[in-house]
Design a protein around this ligand. Structure first.
Ligand code: PSU
Ligand code: MN
Length: 304
């Protein structure tokens, strides 16, 4: 039974007592942010969730065991171990079968969250359709079409083709919700200018949509997009110039497949001298808080 989920005592208790729980991914720890910002941000996200009264459940595979809820030592381990596999749907048989370490992507985290009965998940940005490579479609988009979890994020980085990303989400049947915004956030900046499906302004309205998603059981997830806090947002042109250069370099160096996103993320951080990393951390912590509030509101509304 190696495929069994290993729940931390805190997460197990929370789920058993129907307390609010928010899932967190671990690719952002292993591949998304450099050490020690990755540990600091991961722990700050957990703290932000706890402040709302919800319980955080960071998800990863450690030595082939699927963990739901990590200790501080386990977060440190993932943050500092170099050969952690970026773990999307296709990677689980490999990491579990061979007893390896895996850091779950948005898709990977959604799968495990749904199996554990966790309905709300907070992250920074989802994968999407790559610019100039319309066949490089992140498995995140397909997972959103088939796994009923609410993903709270700041849209996707404009390293991606955002209009094509929205097209794929539409085809997959995924509602895109703007939390306090009328347009799709573009990760480092508050708006891409692209339309979303509906705007909500309270955790309660977001919770009503997630509860309806679960009750209807059509199978898909929902995407709840939250703009980066104003004080941490990057000037549009700063982000755009760095992203364009990093994307060109990825092509020049022949970077392919799952290595593309981590390469671009690291280069953008270098090119903006850390400004992008501060924005990244700020939006991750804020999204964790919003997800905690939504998870709490779901329980309050469902209890009525
Ligand atoms: N976007 C970010 N930071 C990240 C990722 C995306 O701004 O860390 C990670 C997430 O885990 C996401 C994954 O699920 O990259 C998408 O990778 P790919 O494009 O290879 O599907
Ligand atoms: Mn890809």
């Amino acid at each position: 039974m190696r495929e069994t989920l290993h729940l931390s005592p805190e997460v197990e208790h929370a789920l058993y007592t129907q307390a609010p729980v928010v899932a967190l991914e671990s690719t952002v720890i292993s591949h998304g942010l450099p050490y020690p910002a990755n540990v600091e941000t991961a722990l700050a996200m957990e703290a932000a969730i706890r402040e709302t009264g919800a319980v955080p459940a960071t998800i990863a595979v450690i030595g082939g065991q699927i963990r739901v809820g990590l200790s501080v030592d386990q977060v440190e381990y993932l943050a500092q171990t170099p050969d952690v596999r970026k773990c999307s749907r296709r990677d689980f048989p490999i990491v579990v079968g061979l007893g390896q370490n895996g850091a779950t992507t948005v898709a990977g985290t959604m799968i495990i969250a749904a199996k554990a009965g966790i309905r709300v998940f907070a992250t920074g940005g989802i994968g999407g359709v790559h610019r100039g490579h319309p066949f490089d479609v992140s498995a995140d988009l397909l997972e959103l079409g088939r796994t009923p979890v609410a993903v709270v994020c700041s849209g996707a980085k404009s390293i991606l083709d955002l209009p094509l990303t929205l097209e794929v989400l539409e085809t997959q049947g995924v509602p895109v919700i703007g939390y306090g915004t009328d347009t799709l956030p573009a990760f480092y900046s508050r708006s891409s200018g692209l339309p979303i499906d509906v705007r909500v302004d309270t955790p309660q309205d977001a919770a009503r949509i997630v509860l309806a998603m679960l009750e209807l059981a059509l199978g898909q997830g929902v995407l709840i997009t939250v703009p980066v806090p104003s004080e941490a947002a990057l000037a549009d042109q700063v982000a755009e110039t760095a992203i364009q250069q990093a994307t060109d370099e990825a092509t020049q160096h022949g970077i392919q497949g799952k290595a593309v996103t981590p390469f671009i993320l690291a280069r953008v951080t270098e090119l903006t001298e850390g400004e992008s990393r501060r924005a990244n951390s700020a939006l991750l912590i804020h999204n964790a808080q919003v997800a905690g509030l939504i998870a709490k509101a779901m329980i309050a509304i469902a209890a009525r």
